[in-house]
Design a protein around this ligand. Sequence first.
Ligand SMILES: [Zn+2]
Length: 298
Amino acid sequence: MDVIYRYDPFAPITARQIPDAKAALDALIQGNDRLKNLVSRMQERTLGGDAGEPIVIPISPMTSGLPLFQGAMPAQSPFAVVLGCSDARVPTEAVFDQSFNDLFVLRIAGNVLGSECLGSLHFALRHMKDSLKLIVVLGHSKCGAVTAAVDTHLSPDAYVNIACTFPLRSLVDQIQIAVRGSSHALEKYVGTAIPNKTMYRSLLVGITAYVNAAVSALELQRELKLYSDEGPQVVFGVYDFETLRVQSSPALLPETPRLRPAPANAEELAKYATEVVEAIMSLEEDERESGYMLTMRA
Ligand SMILES: [Zn+2]
């Protein structure tokens, strides 16, 4: 199986066209699909599948956000801001198959919103407002920060070590809103006896990844509205290690948006938490187990 990067210096140069939020959204989702398709083909090949036609990836300095000639320096012009987790398995540009100068990336464990993140965001909005069309909060499955927050919720004794370390406490405390919202939605759906079930912890970690991304998106949208009613739309989603997809629901339904607009208020957030619970509970048990029991082994 061949994967070929091909540069033709005589091909016409076409600059990237991202005129609005929809184009930015499409570029990110198409990029994520490219990643998934490429990896799927390699995985099939690993299992003895046909090599098939070579995959040719056109590349040029201009379309890759790199200088056309030595010494030139492109102006910074990302089309989206992405607030993601620091997790090494979720490199933002690679997840969306984007290149230099495409994304303005903020990464912090648990993709929570802190004052330094907001400062960076305001810098981007002030200095790159012409090119920025979208703000994305990207959570991911099997998140260590989310798991730590769930564990402190389930076993308050474990919180002592975290509470004595202010920076760590700050991270975990911010995720508690999502943990409690997820726990409440889960208990409402399956009954209050659920905390005793073996799968409770893994289910809660899975649900909270989605709800936590939604919480950060809601907070981000509110923060931006303090300054202006205009400005890029905020959307959120979760990168799933099992599927390699960015998605806003654990159930892979075609009508579910891959990246979803930030909830406008607490009611919309609670409704979304319920949707995530219903989606997870609708999965076959073996699907849930393959996804969530692995969390516990990681
Ligand atoms: Zn994480």
